[in-house]
Design a binder for this molecule. Sequence first.
Ligand code: GLC
Length: 650
Amino acid sequence: MISKVLFGKPYRTDAVTAPVPEAAEVARFRVTAGERALTFTCPLGPEDAVYGLGETMGPVNKRGGRYISFNTDTAEHEDTNPSLYASHNFLAVDGERPFGVFFDTPARVIFEIDYKRSGVIRVVCETGDLTLYQMESGSVQEMCRELLAAVGRCYLPPLWAFGYGQSRFGYATPEDFRRVADGHRLNGIPLDYICMDIDYMDGYRDFSFNKKHFPDIAAFVREMRGRGVRLVPIVDAGIKIEPGDPVYEEGIRNGYFCRNRDGGFFRAAVWPGMTHFPDFLNTKARAWFGGLYRFYTQAGIEGFWNDMNEPAIFYSEYSKGHGAGPLKFLLSLLPGKKRREKRARELLRDYKSFYHDMDGRRARHYDVHNLFGAMMTRATGEGLEKLLDHRYMLFSRSSYIGAGRYGGVWTGDNTSKWEHLRLNVRHMPSLNMCGFLFSGADTGGFNGNCTRELLLRWLAFSAFTPLMRNHTGKFTRAQEAYEFGDTEAFRRIIGLRYRLLPYIYSEYMKAALRSDLYIKPLTFVYPGTRDIEDQLLVGDSLMIAPVVEEGAVGRRVYLPEAMTLVRYDGEFHCQPVSAGWTEVKAAVEEVVFFIRRGKLLPVGKQIESTAEYDSEHLTLLGDGESYELYTDDGLTRACGEENIRVIKKI
Ligand code: GLC
């Protein structure tokens, strides 16, 4: 049962689309009102676990931590950092009487969950305007399903978006993209798309191509399609202030940008220099922005990543007045607590200095901050729905619950270190609980230099995440799968992803259609496994236990029941393993995972891109009897249960 309680005059977030009945009162929390804020407290049983919060630091069980929903452009993915790029204010409490709660407010929210052993959940919503959704069901998984059903159907990517993607900040010329495509093809390493980072643009302007490099972008898109590769350009939130530029002029003419208190348009510097922010919280501005993607779709492009949409601000017209500029900004990035705190203070002042027109209701940005990226995703999604007659690829850096209907997310600027591979493992189930099924991290790491071993282990994990993209920064060591001397192991592990596609695609589509999770913690299915957060359930048939330690030759794995161990070294080798703890060998060049008892895993033939995808000639591994396979043309919007057929093991 899901119900809602309204406080104050909530801003419209459109996070929930299903009708939800109003309840007379809040079931589990005591509510206390401050001057502006509302505080919600609820005692926790000594054994209760708390799940949810999507993209946050810390463990999967959030108990013991302090987290702040305030979307932030941050490369500090450390446990001391309370805020990442997204706000997912949903908690599911697993205890004697499980319950779920979603604090639907775009303002800043502080979550203290048995923090400093307080024994309570304490949630401070900085403004008293919110809708609280509460769920009372049998289990935490059921609570997640209820939330996802209320939010509405999850985004359905095309099949090719489940392929492998290569990306790097710095690819600029057609030669760069050709080299990457050929590097994969010549080495037999599968590839479906290459992301175009900001260097494709003319002066970092959205909706532009560098004319010298891309005089005929449609021809280049066709050429790359001929090599079996799609191009996926980045689109940033800010529109460069450039009189004469049609996008800028149109935005100004129609008043589509966020405004200062005095009514002028707010100015903030991001990659292109000074920009205006489109008012994504305004329906008309959103429709305008979504329509601008025609610039790309008419060239044959069908996939995008939306970035800098927290929104990131390097410096603003206000801080500029205080002497900030590109140089000061770069200096502010140097390590140092003082510098960081000063920058954070400036940023808050900026967020308090501009306004949205939420279809007639004026809102100070700071009070609706966490909705900005989500509404950019929505603008893009709704635009692409009109511009294309089939499914599109889309993932965003910033998000809020509900944005999962329009696109996926990636988890931002991580680092090439083992801890961030482990963080990726922890993020995936939590993101799924909040409706972001199409998600993944920068495989190999964005900052820093990746090693062969780290990339192989990371690929072996990403092979199971819906978004599988290798992305790195501008000044890091080359991280393409053919850049580490030998290519055999890379070909094999990325190849495994493609052999698993019939399963990954089916499980994703079924989860999305049925308001369910694609990746979940072990404990959602196997009671008593709460402490095991480094093993995950992927779809209905698989358990994975990724190797996430440097120099490891295998790892200890807990089997809650007897399963089939699958070792992939180019071939699938299956062997039964009994329940309990077991030591599993896993060389860096191979992948080991498990098929649950009574379940099946359909695997396909070795292919090098989703263009060769064949859902007819499958091998069924495992000891189950039947499997529900989802098949369609990979593009059609007509996705439903009718595309699911039961295949049986003979
Ligand atoms: C941001 C993004 C990163 C991208 C870079 C340049 O840091 O998070 O993925 O490469 O901007 O566009």
